[in-house]
Design a protein around this ligand. Structure first.
Ligand SMILES: [Zn+2]
Length: 276
């Protein structure tokens, strides 16, 4: 089976639930981009960094925003650049906007991602940055300006407003159950019911896990991701929609995901790739 996409999945959240939580949300986003997508991991591979990879330190704990870059950040930028020029290579980077939807344009994280991560990866791809003194020294192909921008187009962002919990708390039935396990709060029940009635509201809640619903916090993120009502939240046209539509704007990704439909159609016509 041919690998159509090898997606390096990076999340600024640490902890055991962070990676499976993000992967689940990403899969839901990919299904919205292409409802026919075949998410067989042999076809669409979601790959975290290994736990012993020191570049993880740069992804987590906001270290990627530091200027000048730390040694771990330099390593991270190299790994991103390498993945973007590999066949079927993509990078999905999750960071929180740390702003509500109405304030998203003032998000320091969003600005710094573009000026620090994307711009530095661009310089690496241009060959403006000397090769680092660590890791395997793979010769990088010389790319045209157009090829560099195409590679950078495969560096994709998931940036929830305000934070990842703003998406996860959309699993309102499950959130309500967790809240009620902890205490009896009428205010919380009303709050959660309002989020369920209007899927736009959560994007305007500041610091959801630290202020709005400390009873739930981030204790159940992986379970909430499994119950995430992706289509409903997408229809609200807030930060989840924005992130899904950014994925959709990447034609290389759309092409990789759409393989299932086209190959099935080709098989029906008696030609095209044959499955083992
Ligand atoms: Zn509560």
């Amino acid at each position: 089976m041919e690998v159509r996409a090898r997606i390096l999945v990076l999340t600024e959240d640490s902890g055991e639930q962070a990676q499976p939580t993000l992967q689940k949300l990403l899969k839901e986003a990919l299904k919205l981009v292409d409802p026919s997508v075949d998410l067989n991991p042999n076809r669409i591979r979601l790959e975290p960094l290994p736990e012993n990879e020191r570049a993880l330190l740069a992804v987590r704990a906001n270290q990627w925003k530091e200027q000048p870059p730390t040694i771990e950040a330099i390593r991270l930028l190299e790994l991103i650049a390498t993945r973007l020029v590999e066949p079927a290579g993509f990078v999905v980077f999750h960071f929180d906007t740390d702003r509500v939807w109405a304030e998203r344009h003032n998000s320091e994280n969003r600005q710094k991602f573009e000026t620090i991560i994307r711009e530095r990866v661009r310089r690496i791809l241009r060959g403006d940055v000397p090769a680092p003194r660590f890791g395997p020294q793979r010769p990088r192909p010389t790319l045209t300006a157009e090829q560099i921008e195409m590679a950078l187009g495969r560096l994709l962002v998931l940036s929830p407003c305000y934070s990842i919990e703003s998406w996860l708390y959309q699993a309102t039935k499950e959130v309500l159950a967790y809240c009620q396990e902890r205490h009896d709060s009428e205010a919380h029940v009303l709050r959660i019911q309002s989020w369920s009635a209007d899927r736009k509201l959560l994007d305007e809640i500041s610091r959801p896990k630290h202020e709005a619903l400390t009873c739930v916090g981030d204790l159940h993120n992986e379970a909430l991701a499994k119950a995430f009502p992706a289509e409903e939240v997408w229809l609200a046209e807030r930060s989840f929609f924005e992130s899904v539509e950014r994925l959709r704007a990447c034609s290389a990704l759309v092409e990789a995901l759409g393989y299932g439909v086209r190959s099935a159609a080709a098989r029906a016509e008696g030609h095209g790739p044959h499955e083992p």
